[in-house]
Write a protein that binds this ligand. Structure first.
Ligand code: ATP
Ligand code: MG
Length: 557
């Protein structure tokens, strides 16, 4: 049993709010992605957090797309995001929300600010505006347009909306405080001209609200009670609160937590997009990617990701989580549910010389010792089998419990065999191993009294089926690929992050494996069938090895 994890600071806040009758006792959270890329494991943490709080406190959680930048957004991303959230096991009332659904309300909010003398149209260029903004130490200077009349501002804003002006020629800025130490308060831009097609509103608009003018107000319009963001939004909060006060709208409260950082990968959508666009990975769902779709294709389970998010917890300080914890979570889950099967990744022929030629038998092998309901399957056994090349060693010492002249080993689910001799090719490579078997040593009915310390996996040559096996490792060979700003993070891509084995032989039961079935290839790790698989060319991905090989590497250093 998992130890009860103590309440995180957000749960404490929510419980206090409920106790004090805030928000009429309601709990309403949201997960607000920008549909400009696929979701990654960091988003998964935010999803588990927001939807999890909604569930725990009988509240609600909205899925809302903050789609204010038509240039970078696409329905492909909207669909992928929905699929990922559903796959993680969360639902959202069948209705997804969109900031773009509020474009009319947001426009009205902007007009209200103008009418109240709290926003103005600025004709300055981008460069002029950033220059006038000053630095944190030096106050900004007012734009020459700052004191335009309400009438002129309103007229210009309406004409901006009507498409009379060119992109970049004018913006709408809030009139707040040029001396504020918070740069976001120095007359921030709230609307800009973008003559771009929006994936939902089409060509209806040629002005779009800035993210900061849409995000907080969208929360308010949805009467979100607890708006949970990552820490980088902490200094946007005064601006969001300024909008709430000046527009007199629902006072959503924002709380920040530390984003999830993982070692040996990158988690910015911009960087992930680069990997995709430059063809350094096969797509957003490449199993090396930290995306939810990549992890799913790799063979991660929803439960493993939810458990990982729980273990990581919610903190107020930035830190980096070891990816080994994610791998631990998936091993833990797969150990419970994956059927044990046999596949030989680097096959070498083994002949059992005293097993009658032409004879074969079906052996019953249990599917999962961890799960008594998992049953058993029939595995064909015969005189000629494949075993793993690395399971034979010439001149082995006492600690070698695998194949070597004179040693006994058990074939999983079958017999104990004795290794008699190995045959080598001219180039010195191992070509065949000859063994004899003990007929009365059959698994489950062993009366032989013979001892064998090692148990090997094997596949009958006549019955085995060929498969392509993709072995994955960490995408980057260094812990922090972004640590050195002078260097291109792509230099650190791990060249061994994908190894393709084309000559593996797997047991015949795997012919009927379905996408989404989980397997443990005995001694080789956890595997799933890949979507590239065809009946002619079966493809399996290794999700994770059985043990943490990286921990060992670190110890050796
Ligand atoms: P990225 O920085 O990876 O491009 P983003 O913050 O721009 O991500 P959004 O679509 O805005 O992506 O994110 C949606 C939600 O997910 C936001 O509330 C954001 O705070 C949260 N989120 C993004 N990255 C992480 C992370 N690494 N850990 C936890 N939450 C995250
Ligand atoms: Mg963002």
């Amino acid at each position: 049993m998992e130890k009860e994890i103590s309440k995180n600071f957000l749960e404490q806040i929510i419980e206090d709010d409920i106790e004090n009758g805030k928000n009429e006792g309601r709990v309403h959270t949201r997960f607000p992605p920008e549909p400009n890329g696929y979701l990654h494991i960091g988003h998964a943490k935010s999803i588990c957090l927001n939807f999890g709080l909604g569930e725990s406190y009988n509240g609600k959680t909205n899925l809302r797309f903050d789609d204010t930048n038509p240039v970078k957004e696409d329905t492909e991303y909207v669909d992928a995001i929905k699929e990922d959230i559903k796959w993680l096991g969360f639902t959202w009332d069948n209705k997804a929300y969109y900031a773009s659904d509020y474009f009319h309300e947001l426009y009205a909010f902007a007009e209200k600010l103008i009418e109240d003398g709290k926003a103005f149209i600025d004709d300055s260029t981008q460069e002029e505006i950033s220059e006038m903004r000053g630095t944190p130490a030096i106050p900004g200077t007012p734009s020459p347009n700052r004191n335009r009349s309400v009438e002129e501002n309103l007229d210009l804003f309406r004409r901006m909306k009507a498409g009379e002006f060119d992109e970049g020629s004018r913006v709408l800025r809030a009139k707040i405080d040029l001396a504020s130490p918070n740069m976001h308060m120095r007359d921030p831009i709230i609307y800009r001209i973008l003559k771009a097609h929006h994936h939902r509103t089409g060509d209806e608009w040629c002005i779009y609200p800035m993210y900061d003018f849409a995000h907080g107000q969208s929360d308010s319009l949805e009467k979100i009670t607890h708006s949970i963001c990552t820490l980088e939004f902490e200094n946007h909060k005064p601006l969001y609160n300024w909008f709430i006060e000046n527009l007199e709208i629902y006072p959503t409260k924002q709380y920040e937590f530390a984003r999830l950082n993982l070692n040996y990968t990158v988690m910015s959508k911009r960087k992930l997009l680069q990997l995709v666009e430059e063809g350094l990975v096969s797509g957003w769902d490449d199993p090396r990617m930290p995306t939810i779709s990549g992890l799913r294709r790799r063979g991660y389970t929803p439960a493993s990701i939810r458990n990982f998010a729980k273990r990581v917890g919610v903190a107020r300080r930035e830190h980096v989580i070891d990816v080994a914890l994610l791998e631990f979570s998936v091993r833990e889950d797969l150990n419970k549910i994956a059927h044990r099967v046999m596949g030989v990744l680097d096959p070498v022929k083994l002949v059992i010389t005293n097993y009658p030629e032409g004879q074969e038998e079906m052996l019953s092998v249990e599917n999962n010792p961890e799960d008594p309901t998992a049953g058993a399957r029939e595995v064909p056994f015969a005189r000629e089998i494949y075993v793993e090349r690395e399971d034979y060693k010439k001149d082995a010492n006492k600690k070698w419990f695998r194949l070597s002249e004179g040693k006994n080993v058990r074939l999983k689910g079958a017999y104990i065999i004795n290794c008699e001799k190995a045959i080598f090719a001219e180039d010195g490579s191992l070509s065949e191993i000859h063994c004899t078997y003990y007929p009365d040593s059959k698994s489950g009915q062993d009366t032989s009294g013979i001892k064998a310390k090692g148990t090997l996996h094997w596949v009958s040559i006549a019955h085995g089926i060929p498969a392509e096996i993709r072995l994955y490792d960490r995408l980057f060979s260094v812990e922090a690929p972004l640590a050195d700003p002078e260097k291109d993070f792509k230099e650190f891509i791990n060249p061994d992050a994908l190894k393709v084995i084309t000559k593996a032989i797997i047991e015949p039961s795997l012919k009927h494996a379905k996408l989404g079935d989980f397997f443990q290839f005995m001694r080789k790790g956890y595997f799933v069938k890949d979507q590239d698989s065809t009946p002619e060319n079966l493809v399996f991905n290794r999700t994770v090895t059985l043990r943490d090989g990286w921990a060992k590497k670190q110890e050796k250093k």
